[in-house]
Structures are given as C-alpha cells and as structure tokens.
Design a protein around this ligand. Sequence first.
Ligand code: FEO
Length: 396
Amino acid sequence: MKRPIKNHVSWIGKIDWELRKFHGDEYSTHRGSTYNSYLIEEEKVAVIDTVWAPFAKEYVARLEQQIDLKKIDFVIANHAEIDHSGALPELMSRIPDTPIYCTANGIKSLKGHYHKDWNFHPVKTGERLSLGGKELIFIEAPMLHWPDSMFSYLTGDNILFSNDAFGQHYASELMFNDLVDQAELMEECIKYYANILTPFSELVMKKVQEVLAFNLPVDIICTSHGVIWRDKPVRIVQQYLKWADSYQEDQITLVYDTMWNGTRVMAENIAQGIKQADPRVNLKLYNLAKSDRNDVMTEIFKSRAILVGSPTINRGVLTSIAALLEEMKGLKFRNKKAAAFGCYGWSGESVKIIRGQLEAARFQVIDDGLRCLWNPDLKSIESCVEYGGKLAGLLK
Ligand code: FEO
C-alpha cells in the first residue's frame, strides 16, 4: 500500500515484523525492521531504493497496483546492499530499459550482486536530476554505510533520502518519528549507530558537516530503515554528531563469561568495589554467553570504561569473549578505558590475552588486570573488591 509522506512523495516499502537477525546472524533485531522504498510522482516519476529480496515479488506486485510500472522514469539506488536492492531484479525485469542512478561504486556493487548490465547512470555529489519542477540532488556518502552509499535530496519538498544513515531496525505501522514510542526509538537508534556506524564516526562527522554546509532546508529525512523523521529532523542529525564524537556516558560495563562461576564472582565483587568508591557511576554487568551481543555492544558504546573477564580455557579465552574482542577491533571505539580479569586453574593466560586484544581494539588498558587462582575464596573476593575500588579512580 502506498502511504503518503508529502505532496507527491509516498512510502512504498515493506515492514518486516518477523525479522530477528540481520546481516546474516550478526545483528539482532528484536523489534523487526523496515525496508523503506519511496515513490515520487512529479512530472517525472522516480522510485528510490527497493526492498530485501524475499519481498521482491510482493513489492513489485503492490507497486503495480499503485502505478503503471512503465510510467517509472528513473530508479534511484542510494545503496546497493541487498536489503535495498533486493527487488531490483524483479522490478527491472518489468522495466529493463529504465535508467538506474547510483554512484560509480553502486554500479560495481549492483553488477557484482546481480550480474546484469542495466541502464546505469553514475552520479557524483552535486549532480541534479530534473523531475519536472522539482529536482533530485545527489550527495555521495561513502561508508554510510558502504563505499557505494549516497543520499538524494528532493528540492521543493525539502526531503533528504538518507538511506542507512539515521535509520533504525524498528518495525512500526506508525511510520513517523513523532508517533512512535520515543524510548523504543532511541534505543534502536543508538544500537544501530553503535553496532553499524561506529567505525565510520569520522566520516559521519565530515558528511554531516558537508550536508549542513550546502544550506539545503531539510523538512523530512526519509531513511531506508525504521521511522521517517518529520518532526524536528535536525535532532537526529545533532544526535549523530554527538555519537560520532567519541561518545560516552558515566557508565562502566563489566562483560564476562564463566564456566564454574569463578569469573562471575570476580565480576560481581569488582563491581561492588567500584560502586563503593564511585556510587554515582552507572554500573552494568553482562554474562555475554547469556546476553545479546549487539545489546552488550551498545552498552559498551555508552560506557567510559569496560572490564572484560574470562577464565582460561585451552590457554585461551571462552568463545563468547573471543568473538566480542574480535568484533570490537572492527568497531574502533574511541576514548574508552579498559581492564581485564579472570579465573584460572593451570596456565592462566586469559587476562593477558584479553589485555592484548583490548589494546588492539584501541582501548586504553589501565593495568595488568586481575587473575584469581581456582574458585575465589574469601581472600580473593576481598582482593576483587579492593581492585574495584582502585579501578574506580583509574577509570575516570
Ligand atoms: Fe540497510 Fe547497508 O544496508
């Protein structure tokens, strides 16, 4: 169903209520997602992005009920990733000669995915496409989220089609930012930024400044996932600038895994020591094996410091912690302190390994960490509390 946004601009996407994992199994989507596609029916007709491949037939069939497909003059592919381009083969099979506007990298990517030689028109920042009275202006946005990404801006209606930027994995029939639950919305926005956009924070900063420098009025931001920002869209832009600027709150997060509870007991007692010395800090503990990794990553993004704990197993660390450390290297968090802890029975390498991985992930590791031989006894528990007290000062 076509849903009106403004004047001759409509939403023609798909709400995916069932989605629980995205990017393969890499990103949890507790609240589903949407693949937003837009139809602009000015003198010329343009479709902006499509939907994920499983919904391709449904998407084209629904679109056909709204408009004679032959009336589509332009297809705009702001981003070639499959969640937005997945219905292109189905759509283009019906209108094979229709030009597709995208970046040069977009052409490479679309050809790589679909092996089709469609009627591609590469565009660069500042190029314009006339729709009659109104124009689309293209703005390349590499790494937001892939090297091929771009934004499109519709003059007259002052709509920025930002694709992945400013999006969230959030299914809602309410569709607009002013109508949905604000706490849920911001939870999904920060999770999306923390897990997807953090590595590109410098580019986010530059791109936002660049778009602001164009001095284009932006009344609405139409993202490719989640809500459309029509109420004070500048707020999410300002929020992105904050998140991109080495964001942190007064929070310390302890993330651990444990086999026989020794490392859990360490975590809880270190936390107690921190709390006694710094009662105001927001302290959170996660057994990673029992938690959602993306949600924990969001908590790490919000933290000024983290403690990572694992017992030693086979001269290494438990697999949940190994995966976390690997992912953190790619996410490139900035301006965060860290320390390591863990129990051991024999060789005891885990703390040293965690420390090294935290350094590789650009955390400022503040000391050698704390190890505990066997299951913590009363003396060890006291040393954990003491260690927490010491950390509370060092982690400021
Ligand atoms: Fe929503 Fe980078 O795709």
